[in-house]
Design a protein around this ligand. Structure first.
Ligand SMILES: NC(=O)c1ccc[n+]([C@@H]2O[C@H](COP(=O)([O-])OP(=O)(O)OC[C@H]3O[C@@H](n4cnc5c(N)ncnc54)[C@H](O)[C@@H]3O)[C@@H](O)[C@H]2O)c1
Length: 467
């Protein structure tokens, strides 16, 4: 797997879809290319006084819309190829859910478990400073968010660092996924996993697809396995269980466990917090290695860790009927084609995990208008709030009733507002890609790419070329 090239994989999927578009080769390569790639190194003074040099990246894939938007990853897997691939996926993902941002991504090649909290704060602040120096962050330029290995805490440090060096009114909008008191929005933490749930639920409603898979329509009673119990995996699992599905297998860093009678997710999370591992939980059976449970018999497999997890080494052993790509790029091109051929339904990453950026968009809008969602005593705030509701209606085809509007504009309805916007967005986007898939007799990934290419291409076409 050492010759694995993630950006090539994204571009292969793009090329497959581009055949169905009306754009010429020049415009297609303009969509595909990464507009700006920034690689930098900086020193960290460790708690013990040692100096360590760290390597970071920020890639802005597409400036057809600004700001660009995408998470920041702390992982040993971070490199230029991965960051470019993830930035490109962000462009296509935003287009699929009609969120008006170009794609971006960033990361630092570290294992966060090897650093103290103080060290992580220094790393995050220095990384932010490097982005500020080069104009790779700002409410109208490029807006980071959490990704693998980062969360609200890191986003708070990013905002604070940005604010020390910029006094603009809307500085809160320079990053999303922040803690609520720092301008975050209710529902962002769980948004990606919740979006995964909405997406899987939509896919399971399709009677024809379910019949082809030998499954009943609906989520009720479907068994699933999740890889990665982090932000996305935990929340996806939580809402899938609430929706009637049964968790029967979990893969984490330390190994994998299986119990066909079902696994209690909350108790497992507590157990892992206490013991540092999922191994030994309840009546679960420990599997021989951490990837083994991906091959277990189940209806739905939810990879929610990193890319390249379902590949030529294990594809022939994967038994799941539905692969729900909560992570970015978990399935290689070869494995995708193999699984599709044997009749599996793959719900692609560039649709399925778009819930995070959708709610980040709501957070960014909230920060830009300096509006406090929830209690809206002031007329001006209520007006801005209505505007935001209008935007949500626009992107999601959702119409709020007068009663709902009253409740949202006067009560503590931020979470409900965000959640209904997210739900409608995921439903509408699924319908769009499913229609394209049926029209051209293509798979869902190709349909999602085609949907994005059509939208981004139309913008480039209208924009012309400067000078
Ligand atoms: N956080 C977001 O809002 C967001 C949005 C869109 C996409 N994603 C994608 O979702 C994936 C997960 O991101 P996250 O934010 O949940 O990260 P996270 O750091 O919160 O969680 C990842 C989890 O995966 C586990 N893990 C790592 N390697 C593993 C392995 N080989 N087997 C099993 N488990 C393993 C880690 O221990 C951790 O618990 C990434 O691909 C990310 O790009 C995240």
């Amino acid at each position: 797997m050492s010759n694995y090239k993630f950006f090539d994989q994204v571009n292969k999927a793009f090329d497959k879809a581009a055949q169905y578009s009306r754009f010429d080769a020049g415009l297609l390569s303009q969509i595909k290319i990464c507009n700006s790639v920034y690689r930098f190194s900086f020193p960290l003074k460790k708690d013990n006084g040692d100096i360590e040099v760290l390597h970071g990246w920020r890639v802005e894939h597409s400036h057809h819309k600004v700001p660009t938007k995408g998470g920041i990853r702390f992982s040993m897997s971070v490199n230029e190829d991965e960051t470019m691939a993830l930035a490109a996926l962000m462009t296509y993902k935003c287009a699929v859910v009609d969120v008006p941002f170009g794609g971006a991504k960033g990361g630092i090649r570290i294992d966060k478990n090897n650093y103290s909290q103080d060290e992580l704060e220094r790393i995050t602040r220095r990384y932010t400073f490097e982005l500020i120096k080069k104009g790779f962050i700002g409410p109208g330029l490029d807006v980071p968010a959490p990704d693998y290995g980062t969360g609200a805490r890191e986003m708070g440090w990013i905002l604070d660092t940005y604010r020390q060096l910029n006094s603009e009114l809307n500085s809160e909008a320079c990053v999303t996924g922040k803690p609520i008191p720092m301008g975050g929005i209710r529902g962002r933490t769980e948004a990606t996993g919740r979006g995964v749930y909405f997406g899987v639920r939509e896919a399971c409603k399709d009677k024809e697809d379910m019949k082809d898979l030998g499954l009943e329509p609906g989520l009720e009673g479907k068994t699933f396995v999740v890889q990665g119990l982090g932000n996305v995996g935990y929340h996806a699992a939580k809402y899938l269980i609430e929706g009637g599905a049964k968790l029967i297998g979990v893969a984490e860093y330390e190994g994998s466990i299986y119990d066909k009678n079902g696994i209690d997710l909350e108790k497992l999370m507590e157990f892992r917090k206490d013991t540092g591992s999922i191994i030994g939980f309840g009546n679960t059976k420990e599997m021989e290695d951490r990837g083994a449970v991906l091959e277990a018999e189940c209806d739905i497999l939810v990879p929610a860790a990193l890319e390249n997890q379902i590949n030529s080494d294990n594809m022939e052993n994967i038994q799941a009927k539905i692969i729900a790509e909560a992570a970015n790029g978990p399935t290689t091109t070869e494995a995708h084609d193999y699984l599709k051929k044997r009749g599996a339904l793959l719900i692609p990453d560039n649709y399925l995990n778009a819930g995070g950026v959708t709610v980040s968009y709501f957070e960014w809008l909230k920060n830009l208008s300096h509006v406090r969602f929830g209690r809206m005593e002031k007329r001006a705030e209520a007006t801005s709030y209505r505007k935001i509701l209008g935007v949500i209606e626009n992107i999601s085809d959702r119409t709020f009733t007068e009663e709902e509007l009253e409740k949202l504009a006067s009560g503590s309805g931020e979470y409900e507002l965000v959640d209904s916007g997210l739900e409608e967005t995921m439903i509408v986007a699924y319908q769009q890609i499913n229609e394209l898939r049926k029209k051209h007799d293509i798979d869902l990934r190709t349909a999602a790419f085609l949907n994005a290419i059509e939208k981004v291409g139309a913008i480039y076409e209208q924009m012309g070329i400067f000078p």
